[in-house]
Design a binder for this molecule. Structure first.
Ligand code: AMP
Ligand code: ZN
Length: 474
C-alpha cells in the first residue's frame, strides 16, 4: 500500500519513497533519563510504535534507532545555559549521574513494555558515542562552521548555514525576542548553539571527557546527528520526535549534519502533537508536577486503556488529558475486549479469505494514509459487528489488528476468559475434567453428554489452545 505522511519539512502530506527498496531507516529522539517518563513522553513513544508497525505490516524491514540522552541536555535548550539535567537529577536523588541514568532507563523501559511498544532495533546512549560526536565537531570545524567562546565552549555559527531554520519555515533569527532566557552575548548569532561545552573550572562535573578543545561534554543536539549517522548511515528515511523538537533541536541537528553529508539528510520529518492538560499547558518533566504511567496504574487503569485513548486521536494533534477522558477510553477498550472474548469462545466457521483480505486491506489503507488510527479503530469496531464476517475470520483479522495497533486484544480477551473460568464451582470443574478425559479417550458421545450437563448448570465449556475453559453463561 502507498504510505503517506505529513512531512514537517515540506508542510505537506507526502507519499513515502524509501531510500532503499523494502527498507525503512528510522530515528526517534528518545528520553533524557533524569526522571520518570511522563505520559506525554509516552504518547510520543506510542506514535513511534504505530509508525513502525504500519511500515512492518506494509512489508518493510524497519531499522529503528532511538537514543537515550544521558548527558548534555541543559535545562534551557534555547540558550545552552542552565544546568545539565542529568547532574541536576543526580543531585535531587542523591545518586551518581550514572546510577540515575540506569535507574530511569529501567523505569522507562518498564513503561515501554507495559504499553506494548516494540523495543527499538538499537538504543544507543549518548555517553557511548563521545568519540563520534567529537569527530563530527572536527568535521564542522574543518568546514568553517564553528567558533570558540573562551571559557564556555565550541559553538556552531548558524549564519554559515544558508538553509538554517528550513524545518520551521525559514530563518530563526527572530527567535531571540521570544526567548524566555537571557541571551548569551558572546554568541555571534542568537540561534548559534553549543557543540561542546567546557567543564566549569569552579565545579566538578561527574561526566566529562577530553577533547581537542579542552575537557568538557557534548551539546545535546550533537548526539542525535552523530549516532544516527553512525547507526543508520549518512542519509535515512524518517526522523521523529515531539512537536517541541522541530524549532530548535531538529533544526540544529539538520544544521550539524547537512554540511557534512549533503542535503537532504533525512527524507521525512514526522512530529507528534503534545499531550496537554485541560488549560492547554504542555506536560513537562521540568515543571515539577507530572503524571507518570504509575499514576494511571495506581488508579486502576490498564496501560492499554491509555494506549487506546492515544490511538483515538491523530498524531499531529495535541490531546488534552483528563481522567474522565481516560475512563471513557478504558470502558470502550474493555467493551471491545469483552466482544473479542465472545468471539474467541465461539470461534465458529472457516476463515473466509476474501473477507479477511478485504478487512485487512481496508484497515491497512486507512492507517497508511497519514496514520489514521482513530479511523482504523472505527473499522475494527465495524468488523466486530459485521454479520457477514464469521468468528473464525474475525479471529484472524484480530491477530492482524494486534500486530498493527498493538492493543493486545486477543491476549486480554484470553485473560478475561481465564478469569471468568477460574470462578467455576467444583462440580462444574469436575464435569469439565471428565469431558476432557472423554475427549482424550475419543469418546465423543460421552464428551457431548458432559457438555450438556455443564450447560444445564449455567456454564459453557470452551476449547481453547490452552485447554478447556469454563465461562458462566450470561
Ligand atoms: P524528553 O525525555 O523530555 O527529552 O522527551 C522525549 C520525547 O518526548 C521527545 O520526543 C519529546 O518531544 C517528547 N515529549 C516531551 N513532552 C511531551 C508532551 N507533553 N507530549 C508529547 N510528547 C512529549
Ligand atoms: Zn534528537
Amino acid at each position: 500500500m502507498a504510505i503517506r505522511l505529513f512531512n514537517t519539512m515540506s508542510r505537506k502530506i507526502e507519499e513515502f519513497k524509501p531510500l532503499t527498496a523494502g527498507k525503512m531507516g528510522f530515528y526517534s529522539c528518545g528520553p533524557t533519563v533524569y526522571h520518570y517518563a511522563h505520559i506525554g513522553n509516552l504518547k510520543t513513544m506510542v506514535h513511534n510504535d504505530i509508525l513502525k508497525r504500519m511500515f512492518i505490516e506494509n512489508g518493510y524491514d524497519v531499522r529503528h534507532v532511538m537514543n537515550i540522552t544521558d548527558v548534555g541536555h541543559l535545562t534551557t535548550d534555547e540558550d545552552d545555559s542552565g544546568e545539565d539535567k542529568m547532574e541536576k537529577g543526580a543531585a535531587r536523588d542523591g545518586k551518581s549521574v550514572w546510577d540515575i541514568a540506569e535507574f530511569y532507563l529501567g523505569e522507562f523501559l518498564r513503561d515501554y513494555d507495559d504499553l506494548n511498544i516494540m523495543r527499538p532495533t538499537v538504543m544507543p546512549r549518548a555517553t557511548d558515542y563521545i568519540a563520534e560526536q567529537i569527530d563530527l565537531i572536527k568535521k564542522l570545524e574543518k568546514l568553517g562552521f564553528t567558533y570558540e567562546i573562551a571559557g564556555d565552549g565550541i559553538y556552531y555559527d548558524t549564519s554559515k548555514f544558508a538553509a538554517y531554520g528550513a524545518l520551521t519555515g525559514g530563518s530563526l533569527s527572530g527567535n531571540r525576542a521570544g526567548a524566555r532566557v537571557e541571551y548569551n552575548d558572546a554568541k555571534h548569532n542568537p540561534t548559534d548553539f553549543a557543540l561542546w561545552k567546557f567543564s566549569p573550572t569552579d565545579k566538578h562535573r561527574q561526566m566529562e571527557w577530553d577533547s581537542p578543545w579542552g575537557i568538557g561534554f557534548p551539546g545535546w543536539h550533537l548526539e542525535c546527528s552523530a549516532m544516527s549517522m553512525k547507526l543508520l548511515g549518512d542519509h535515512f528515511d524518517v526522523h521523529t520526535g515531539g512537536e517541541d523538537l522541530s524549532r530548535i533541536h531538529h533544526t540544529n541537528e539538520i544544521a550539524q549534519s547537512e554540511p557534512v553529508v549533503g542535503a537532504p539528510w533525512v527524507s521525512y520529518w514526522v512530529h507528534f502533537g503534545f499531550l496537554v492538560d485541560k488549560s492547554g499547558e504542555k506536560m513537562s518533566k521540568s515543571k515539577g508536577e507530572f503524571l507518570g504511567l504509575d499514576a494511571l496504574r495506581n488508579r486502576g487503569f490498564d496501560p492499554m486503556a491509555y494506549r487506546y485513548w492515544i490511538l483515538s486521536g491523530h498524531y499531529q494533534s495535541q490531546m488534552a488529558f483528563s481522567f474522565d477522558a481516560l475512563e471513557s477510553a478504558a470502558t470502550a477498550y474493555k467493551n471491545i475486549v469483552r466482544r473479542v472474548a465472545d468471539i474467541l469462545r465461539d470461534g465458529s466457521g472457516n476463515v473466509d479469505s476474501d473477507k479477511y483480505g478485504s478487512w485487512h486491506d481496508k484497515m491497512l489503507v486507512t492507517i497508511s494514509d497519514n496514520m489514521k488510527t482513530a479511523e482504523t479503530l472505527v473499522l475494527v469496531r465495524e468488523m466486530l459487528r459485521d454479520a457477514d464476517t464469521n468468528n473464525a475470520t474475525r479471529v484472524k483479522i484480530l491477530e492482524f489488528v494486534d500486530r498493527l495497533l498493538g492493543l493486545q486484544l486477543i491476549s486480554r480477551a484470553r485473560a478475561l476468559i481465564d478469569s471468568e473460568s477460574d470462578a467455576a464451582p467444583a462440580e462444574v470443574v469436575a464435569l469439565s475434567d471428565a469431558r476432557t478425559a472423554a475427549k482424550v479417550a475419543r469418546d465423543f458421545a460421552r464428551a457431548d453428554e458432559l457438555r450438556a450437563q455443564i450447560d444445564a448448570l449455567g456454564w459453557s465449556v470452551v476449547d481453547t489452545r490452552d485447554g478447556a475453559k469454563l465461562v458462566k453463561k450470561a
